[in-house]
Design a protein around this ligand. Structure first.
Ligand SMILES: NC(=O)c1ccc[n+]([C@@H]2O[C@H](COP(=O)([O-])OP(=O)(O)OC[C@H]3O[C@@H](n4cnc5c(N)ncnc54)[C@H](O)[C@@H]3O)[C@@H](O)[C@H]2O)c1
Length: 299
């Protein structure tokens, strides 16, 4: 089986790349904008003119996993055009390249729980209304619509994975990275929000395992699947778990200000993922421990 990972140098992409490199009967190829001279199965993409057609002309893949894109809600307010290019335009380029040169290649699109906004009722099912709260969430929804269009009109097999909050080695953004940076400065830490907001955290290698489970189920058609562990945790508890692990001795407070674009509560219905056979490998405490080890190695 030949797998191509787009964005293979990113946080989730690199975890998927190393996961599939160790998988049996799998030849894994990577593609990203970062130069790499030692891997014959790697394509350097020109970020200003991403041409994926040559890749799909040069050889035929069974699966393309799109781990490229932007993954920051606050940045999507500051630079919505960049977010659009990475989260929508890139998907269009990829799907067109597949349609014209390798139409049997199945496509996995990493989407986000941000498409739901503030979902109700919880736990949220894949059939829930999509009411994103940020340019990022709106662009991820646009990308999903493009995927559906390429399935309906051009017959490409496409699987949308709505990932909830990912964490693990390699993560240099969002809550846990922010806390790590703040913990290095002496004093107390203040965070936005109330701390009572809830999220679903999934360890990055479990995302790769979930993708593997999907691929092994030999799916066809068009499917949308929540990627999480059905284990919502409040931000205060999540933050304290990390800070305890980092041996932080100061106080943690919340200023009550809700950052625009941030949903209040997420809790995923993962019945579809579980039906495929997915099982969580890394629990939250263990995952935070592994992440903190990685953070400490960097110091
Ligand atoms: N990190 C999360 O918590 C999270 C949650 C839900 C969904 N997602 C989605 O998962 C995907 C990956 O997120 P991430 O956190 O790994 O992001 P990341 O920024 O770490 O990785 C993205 C990668 O894409 C690469 N890239 C950019 N332009 C490219 C191009 N033209 N061609 C090829 N590669 C290109 C970047 O160089 C980078 O290595 C994004 O689509 C994001 O929206 C992430």
């Amino acid at each position: 089986m030949k797998v191509l990972i787009i964005g293979s140098k990113g946080f989730i992409g690199s975890a998927c790349h190393s996961y599939f490199q160790h998988a049996q009967h799998c030849e894994v190829h990577g593609a990203d904008v970062v130069a790499e001279y030692n891997d014959p199965n790697y394509y350097v993409i020109d970020g200003s003119n991403s041409d994926f057609k040559e890749i799909f002309k040069s050889q035929k893949f069974d699966w393309c996993i799109n781990c490229a894109g932007a993954a920051s809600v606050p940045d999507s307010f500051v630079n919505p055009a960049r977010d659009y290019l990475l989260n929508v335009h890139l998907v269009m380029l990829l799907l067109t390249a597949i349609k014209e040169n390798n139409s049997s290649c199945k496509f996995i699109q990493l989407s986000s729980a941000a498409v739901y906004g503030n979902p109700s009722p919880l736990p949220v099912k894949e059939t829930a209304a999509l009411e994103p709260l940020s340019p990022y969430g709106i662009h991820k929804r646009h990308a999903e619509e493009l995927c559906e269009l390429y399935h309906n009109f051009f017959g490409i097999n496409i699987f949308i994975l709505r990932i909830f909050s990912a964490y693990g080695p390699g993560l240099k953004k969002q809550l846990f990275w922010d806390l790590f940076k703040k913990s290095q400065i002496n004093g107390d830490i203040s965070l936005l929000g109330t701390g009572k907001e809830t999220r679903e955290f999934i360890f990055v290698s479990d995302i790769a395992a979930a993708i593997d489970t999907l691929i092994n189920s030999a799916p066809t058609g068009f499917k949308i699947i929540n990627i999480a562990n059905s284990a919502a945790i409040c931000i205060e508890e999540a933050a304290k778990t990390l800070l305890t692990n980092l041996n932080f001795k100061g106080n943690l407070t919340f200023n009550g200000v809700v950052r625009r674009g941030d949903p209040l509560h997420w809790h995923a219905d993962t019945s579809l993922l579980k039906d495929l056979g997915y099982k969580q490998n890394i629990g939250f405490e263990e995952g935070i421990n592994l992440y903190c080890k990685w953070l400490k190695e960097r110091e």
